[in-house]
Design a protein around this ligand. Structure first.
Ligand SMILES: [Zn+2]
Ligand SMILES: [Zn+2]
Length: 454
């Protein structure tokens, strides 16, 4: 089937091969989503229709009360004999995985996870390892991982992205979601606004770095995000329909990883900042904020960097001189200071991607000079930072570094080195390529200090 020219409802993108004019075939292996009031009641129907007979339900004590118990009752009433595991090992690590495997009934043929990030990540990974299909029942909508095809868990005390599979069915019962803490829904909104920068980063990657780009996938993600931006007021009023729309947008966002084959459309410099804060938070033994909250703050910063850059007259020869005099040892010293015990992982990443090597950087500077008008128009099309900041503030979502406990020193380090957490090209790599990182960082930090935002 041909990829649609205009954005459709989410079901149209699931479990169907879409041949696209971008040259790729887009496919998301999710079979069904059901978002709406009373959606949980549909679960026995899905189990039966897909031919499963013995579900194994994963939840923790809290999500059992929120959704697991009802899920169990619904399945029993429909004639199934589900087995429920209320997970006790909550490190979401090797011990949790062991508990899930130890308790798995021999005759189960489907796993169902009730929860949010950690449980559903563990569900996708453990069911993949056990060779069983899985369904997800969301108890809140704080991030876009539900429809992902990977699973994050702790291995050797480090967060690891494990190969997994997509869930077949995702249930987002708005009667349940509307009862979730407001902060969680707003974090989901924060993860979504991150796409405003991520999509720009992808466009920049295409223009400057010659990357493959799919305008249909970009439009799809953007349309869902723009829709949500228009519903901020209804979210503040905790309108269940608007919460359902957030869930749908998060699902499209997550599904775009399968559809496109990478997270290019939904993760850029704003996620790199959040990843950096995660690394530092782990080292300090305390996270700064929820993922989506961090992404919200980072998005305001990234949009501010885009604004600072687009008004400049760029000296491309100065950039070339900086590229030629690049000192890898000085870079290593900076990484050791800013990443601490995680520095080795960053060195390995740079070894693999070589994004700072002079040759590639010079090539990108040439492309930037040649296509500066297009680059500037991409930067000019970015969502206004101040407008987003005001919207987040109004919703009660963190929007300034200060709101999540990031101080001036850490903010400075973040702007200097967060681009090193991943290999992809973003606005921050562009700024670094042009030798403007320190200049723009100083400007931004000064500005944030003046308004008491850091
Ligand atoms: Zn495409
Ligand atoms: Zn995210």
């Amino acid at each position: 089937m041909k990829m649609y020219d205009t954005t459709q409802s989410i079901e149209k993108y699931l479990n169907v091969e879409l041949e696209c004019s971008c040259g790729r075939t887009h496919y998301a292996p999710i079979k069904a989503v059901n978002i709406g009031p009373g959606a949980l009641a549909s679960i026995p129907g899905y189990v039966r229709d897909f031919g499963y007979t013995k579900p194994y339900i994963l939840c923790d004590k809290i999500t059992y009360d929120i959704a697991g118990k009802r899920c169990e009752e619904l399945l029993r009433t429909a004639g199934f004999d589900p087995f429920v595991l209320i997970i006790r090992h909550l490190g979401f690590d090797e011990a949790t995985l062991g508990e899930i495997v130890l308790n798995k009934p021999d005759d189960c043929d489907l796993m169902i996870g009730c929860g949010t990030g950690s449980i559903t990540d563990m569900l996708r990974f453990s069911s993949f390892k056990l060779g069983l299909p899985c369904f997800t029942v969301a108890t809140a909508a704080p991030m876009d991982g539900f429809s992902a095809s990977v699973g994050i868990m702790n291995v050797d005390n480090l967060k690891a992205t494990m190969p997994a599979h997509s869930t077949e069915v995702i249930i987002g019962d708005t009667d349940i979601l509307k009862a979730a803490p407001y902060r969680m829904t707003i974090a989901g909104f924060g993860d979504l606004v991150g796409k405003l920068n991520a999509l720009n980063d992808w466009r920049l990657g295409a223009v400057v770095n010659g990357e493959h780009y799919c305008p249909h996938i970009a439009d799809l993600v953007n349309d869902y995000v723009q829709d949500i931006l228009g519903k901020a007021d209804r979210l503040r009023a905790r309108d269940p329909e608007a919460i359902g729309d957030v869930m749908n947008a998060l699902l499209i966002s997550g599904a775009s990883i399968s559809l496109y084959g990478s997270s290019r459309a939904i993760s850029g410099a704003e996620h790199h900042m959040s990843h950096y804060w995660e690394v530092i938070g782990d080292q300090r033994g305390r996270p700064f904020a929820m993922h989506g909250e961090q992404v919200a703050v980072a998005t305001v910063l990234a949009l501010s960097v885009a604004e600072a850059l687009r008004g400049r007259t760029v000296d491309f020869d100065r950039a070339r001189a900086a590229a030629r005099s690049y000192d890898p040892d000085a870079w290593k010293t900076l990484i050791e200071r800013t990443y601490g015990s995680a520095a080795d992982a960053i060195f390995a990443l740079e070894e693999k991607f070589g994004k700072n090597r002079t040759e590639g950087r010079l090539r990108r500077i040439d492309a930037l000079e040649e296509k500066w008008a297009e680059v500037r128009s991409t930067l000019e099309s970015a969502y206004p930072a101040e407008k987003l900041r005001a919207m987040l503030r109004d919703l009660g979502c963190p929007c300034d570094p200060k709101d999540i406990g990031v101080d001036e020193a850490l903010l400075r380090d973040t702007l200097l080195v967060c681009k090193e957490t991943r290999g992809i090209y973003t606005l921050y790599q562009l700024v670094w390529d042009l030798d403007l990182t320190e200049e723009i960082t100083d400007e931004l930090v000064r500005d944030l200090r003046a308004r008491g935002a850091v």
